[in-house]
Every structure is written in structure tokens, then in C-alpha cells.
Ligand binder design. Structure first.
Ligand SMILES: NC(=O)c1ccc[n+]([C@@H]2O[C@H](COP(=O)([O-])OP(=O)(O)OC[C@H]3O[C@@H](n4cnc5c(N)ncnc54)[C@H](O)[C@@H]3O)[C@@H](O)[C@H]2O)c1
Ligand SMILES: O=C(O)[C@H](O)CO
Length: 327
């Protein structure tokens, strides 16, 4: 009998087809969760899970007695209770590295779209309002030669810094858990404490993982510290930002505008007050969502799953030291 796997949300169809050669696949394309009878049965029987953003916590693990591996099709793994998975000797994997350039492209795109007010001016043209020349109150602000503060100079933060430094002649400041020597040398990026970065940057780009420590790292105080001409970009996770504080800062002119790829709740509710503001550009969490990148991420996640269920060490094992090397 083939091992059983639960495929959750976004996994490339070609990859699912490959997986079906080795495994019995049950695919949930949307946000099904415990309580849905079909999902309950699939999770009860699953040897492995592959997919995007399934909340894997004690509640779910308690009803998944056969589970051996959980493979995220994402680099972020804030959806996983890693401690609990490790305690139960269940492997967990993610997909680091292969999405850096794609995500950095999207975040730079969002930054430029926000600075140059591209979505707003696109609507202006398409709605037939362009009957006189552009007015000064429709101008955007320059990106080139400005100061970009990156919070989280990891893989994606570095890919953003590379583009900003070489492509736009921006001055890079960064805040990180530890100093990133390579970014300092290659992109002339200067390490600073968070407060200093917020005070000096024309653009602040958040690129840290979502953890207990980073929850609402951008709150009322942090937005107040930013220049009132500055633009805030969140390409990380919604939980890292206090959305009420962001709303307040945008509404009161504490900052100029914001570009947001991620929300506290996704999909974000239609009545999220942020959506009413003119000075915010929003995206539905598209950082890595290109045809090429999503396929590569699915393939890497599938490789993790295959290796794990075939008794080999998955290439992107997250709980490596605490689990694999002891077992
Ligand atoms: N918008 C999207 O579609 C999208 C796509 C990919 C990743 N992401 C998010 O971006 C995050 C970063 O991805 P990555 O591949 O660059 O990860 P990474 O691990 O390479 O980099 C994260 C960096 O953040 C730093 N960091 C962590 N906690 C910190 C703290 N409390 N204070 C200061 N610095 C801290 C780390 O030292 C590290 O350098 C992911 O965890 C994910 O949440 C979003
Ligand atoms: O963490 C990631 O890889 C992305 O946010 C997934 O969409």
C-alpha cells in the first residue's frame, strides 16, 4: 500500500502528478480545516503533508497519529508549531533560497508602485479622468538615491538590497539579529538599531520572519519615529505589523504611504479599514507567486517529502539538530 499524503492549497499540478506515482494523494485546494469530515479523515490517515500555510498545531497533531513529515511550500514557517512537531519526532521542512529573487522583484515592484502611485494613476487613466495634464498633487516621489532601511537582512532582504544598491543607487541601512558582513561589503549596507533605521530611512522595508519576538514589531511608536515623508513596505508577514497603528499613521500623515503584500488575516476581510485609504497599495500576498517560482517551490517541497518518507534526510529540514541527528 502506498503511503498517504495530504496536499494542502497551492502545490503545482505537475508536481502532484509526480507525487501520485509514489503516494496516495488527497488534495484540499482551499482553507479546509479540522471539522470538515473529508479533511478529518485525510489528516487521520496522512503520513505526510505538503502545502501552503496549513496551521499545524497541537490540535491538528492530536488527530494525525501517522504523520511523519510536514513540508511547507514556503520559506516562512510561522504556521508550524516547530517545538511540538519536534517533540513528536515529526519532520518539518520549508523552501528557502529559491524564491529570493522572485520575492525581491515583487517587493521592489511594490515599493516603486507605492512611491510613483502606479495603481492610483492606472485607475485615473482607465476611468477616463485623464482629460487635463497631470496635476502636482498627483506626483509621486523619487526612489533612486534615497535611503532604504531593510529590517531583516536575510536571503530576501539581501536580494532587495542588491537591487536597490545596483539598480537604484539607494543608500542601504539595515537592522538584523546579527550584522550581515556580506551585505555590508557588497551593497555598502550599514547596520543600525531599529530606532535609528526608522528615523533615517526614506523607505522602510520589513523582511523578517513572523515569530513571538517580531509580533507587531511595527507599532504606534515605530510609525511615529519614521519621517512623515517616508514609505513603509511590508513583504514579510502581517503579524509583524499592528494594523491599527499603520492605519493611524497613514490617516494622520505620520508617514506618506505604504505598500503591503501581507495582512494579519489572509485573505483580508473586505471591511479592513486599511482598504479604505488612498495612500496604501495592497497585494494579495504575491511575493513568490510567479509560474516559475511556484513550480520550483513545489518541486523542492516534494523533494523534501519524498526524501523524508523514503527514510532520507530532506534537504530543507527545519528541526535538523534536535531531531534527525539524534535519531
Ligand atoms: N510576501 C511573500 O510572499 C514572502 C515570500 C517569501 C518570504 N516571506 C517572508 O519573509 C521572511 C524572510 O524570508 P528569508 O528567506 O529572507 O528569511 P531569512 O531567514 O533568510 O532572513 C530573515 C532575517 O531576519 C532576521 N531576523 C529574525 N528575527 C529578527 C528580529 N527579531 N530582529 C531582527 N532581525 C531578525 C534574521 O536574522 C534573518 O537575517 C519569511 O520568514 C517570510 O515570512 C514573504
Ligand atoms: O513564506 C513564503 O515563502 C511566502 O510567503 C509563501 O507564500
Amino acid at each position: 500500500m502506498k503511503p498517504k499524503i495530504l496536499v494542502y492549497m497551492r502545490v503545482d499540478d505537475r508536481v502532484i502528478k509526480e507525487l501520485a506515482k509514489d503516494f496516495e494523494v488527497t488534495h484540499f485546494k482551499n482553507h479546509e480545516y479540522i471539522g470538515d469530515p473529508a479533511f478529518d479523515q485525510a489528516i487521520r490517515e496522512a503520513d505526510g503533508i505538503i502545502g501552503l500555510a496549513l496551521k499545524v498545531n497541537k490540535e491538528l497533531l492530536d488527530v494525525a497519529p501517522n504523520l511523519k513529515i510536514v513540508c511547507n511550500v514556503s520559506v516562512g514557517y510561522d504556521n508550524l508549531d516547530l517545538e511540538e512537531l519536534t517533540r513528536r519526532k515529526i519532520m518539518a521542512t520549508n523552501t528557502p533560497g529559491i524564491l529570493d529573487d522572485t520575492t525581491a522583484d515583487a517587493i521592489l515592484g511594490l515599493l516603486i508602485a507605492t512611491a510613483r502611485r502606479i495603481p492610483e494613476l492606472d485607475s485615473f487613466v482607465k476611468s477616463g479622468q485623464w482629460d487635463i495634464s497631470l496635476q502636482p498633487d498627483q506626483y509621486g516621489v523619487d526612489v533612486h538615491h534615497k535611503t532604504l532601511g531593510i529590517i531583516g537582512m536575510g536571503n530576501i532582504g539581501s536580494a532587495i538590497a542588491r537591487r536597490a544598491h545596483f539598480g537604484f543607487n539607494m543608500k542601504i541601512l539595515y537592522h538584523n539579529r546579527s550584522q550581515n558582513k556580506e551585505a555590508g561589503e557588497k551593497y555598502q549596507a550599514t547596520y543600525c538599531e531599529l530606532d535609528e533605521l526608522l528615523e533615517k530611512s526614506d523607505f522602510v522595508c520589513l523582511m523578517i520572519p513572523s515569530t513571538k519576538e517580531t509580533e507587531k514589531i511595527m507599532g504606534y511608536e515605530q510609525f511615529k519615529r519614521m519621517k512623515n515623508t517616508a514609505i513603509f513596505i511590508n513583504g514579510s508577514r502581517g503579524n509583524n505589523v499592528d494594523e491599527d497603528a499603520l492605519y493611524n499613521a497613514l490617516k494622520n500623515g505620520d508617514i506618506l504611504s505604504a505598500g503591503i503584500d501581507v495582512f494579519t488575516q489572509e485573505p483580508t476581510p473586505k471591511d479592513n479599514p486599511l482598504l479604505q485609504l488612498k495612500n496604501i497599495v495592497t497585494l494579495p500576498h504575491i511575493g513568490s507567486s510567479t509560474m516559475e517560482c511556484e513550480y520550483n517551490m513545489s518541486k523542492l517541497a516534494a523533494e523534501n517529502l519524498m526524501k523524508g518518507l523514503h527514510g532520507k534526510k530532506p534537504p530543507c529540514l527545519l528541526n535538523v539538530t534536535s531531531f534527525w541527528e539524534q535519531s
